[in-house]
Design a protein around this ligand. Sequence first.
Ligand code: ARG
Length: 582
Amino acid sequence: MKESLVRLLEQAVESLKAKGVLPADAEPSIQIERTRDKEHGDLATNLALVSSKLAKKNPRQLAAEIIENLPESSLVFKVDIAGPGFINFFLNPNWLAEQVDAALADPRLAVPVVAEPQTIVVDYSSPNLAKEMHVGHLRSTIIGDAVSRTLDFLGHKVIRHNHVGDWGTQFGMLLAHMEEVRKEGGEISMQLSDLESFYREAKGRFDASEAFADRSRQLVVELQGGDAYCNQLWREFLDISLNHCQELYDRLNVALTREDVVGESAYNDDLSKVVEDLKAAGMLTEDQGAQCVFLDEFKGQDDEPLPLIVQKKDGGYLYATTDLAAVRHRQKVLEADRILYFVDHRQSLHFKQMFAVARKAGFAKEETRLEHMAFGTVMGEDGKPFKTRSGGVAKLADLLDEAEARAYALVREKNTDMPEQELRNIGRVVGIASVKYADLSKNRTSDYVFSFDNMLSFEGNTAPYLLYAYTRVASIFRKAEIGKEELSGDVLFGEEVEKDLAGKLAQFGEIVNTVAVKGCPHFLCGYLYELAGVFSSFYQSCPILNCEDDATKQSRLKLALLTAKTLRQGLGLLGIETLERM
Ligand code: ARG
């Protein structure tokens, strides 16, 4: 509805320009805020205040002229001028009621697809395959997934890229260890079922034996040179490691599949080309044998220039070279309009430099948006980066096990007579939802504290609270002797809180758009939490099934139904399942 109001105001501005009240080239920015106090209507704008200088009029007078020039619309039923020149809008209840019906009649809940769909590459999860996924991969995986789902929903063409680390020098060491295990008659697939210890053993051998280290280095060279035997070993390793990732994605309800894996190795053949292109563009400088790009805007301490190194002295390529090749591919072949990177904030400088070099070299077009969607660290309750009780890195699989076990214990306490199988399922859904929601509901740019107790609480902005709100509506419909499809009659606003609920519901599309633009799912979480809160007030003060008057009952059921659908759709965009009872 903000959008619709902006459009009305834009038209008023155009009329005022035509009348010479505003200069023809004026482009005032139109801001709409929600009012805190119902006395001031539902929405307000400071447009008259910010453009009074342009019009050479006092703001209240300009506000009056803006109002006179607003086109006819069913959206608002009253417009006021307040204070120094704010314009307050009172939404038309009939319009709100129509919104409820329109949303109920549409599987998309009346959220339109975008007028101009973009091709958007989303680079997320992207673990290094040498090791098992740990808590550090949680954020990229689930925030990236929620934003991808949201962009999909809005009708964009989303290309998911899991830019896995499958090509580094560690692979030499891992392949050498595979060889040894095989020589000793061991079963590789067995040993690889625990990637962590396999990595540790390989590293142990690498550090202890010169011969092993030499063999490792030789294997990297052969692998990168395309040797068939090495490639075979490497594929075996990747297969097992990717299966492990896939198990976690499936458990987490993350939409990534094997088809989305476009790892570092995929760009191997492009790396020399990237360096050649940079050279041809006159962007390369040799520094101590390495090939570097220096850009004026990047300075280190003491103002000395900071290079982006693209080729080492020994001819090897780097993380940045691969990323440049990836941008180039995403632009030239995939024709991306936007490329989003969900990567830890500690890589900020890397992305800034890489984006600048990519643009200067023409790998990315001027108008293509390259966005580092940075996120903060998951902290422990001790205020340090999250570790296991024994001080090691927390494996993601173990964390999910614990969340599910705790959630199961909680729901079992509350539902002593529920069948075991259903309890298990609820435990699973609530456990996973809690871990995801706790993360998604925090502003992505800040650190947050990982706390099982907080995330599993039934109070506050948590998954259990929202899932529970959803089941409450589901239970109303189980008890109602009327089907969801049979509701009829007008939506009525006898009580103020019914109008509040309809107003909140009408904001859904706006919020979804914000998530898509900013790449911040916490806006959606905050919204769903508020929605559940308004619903709860409505539920307390407006009897639904015991309501005598049938028209009011039908109207309230409609509001309840749309609340449930909105919660379900919203949680769905976050990659969170709902339950019919818990
Ligand atoms: N594998 C990298 C890491 O674990 C993240 C890759 C992110 N994506 C990228 N295009 N650089 O740090």
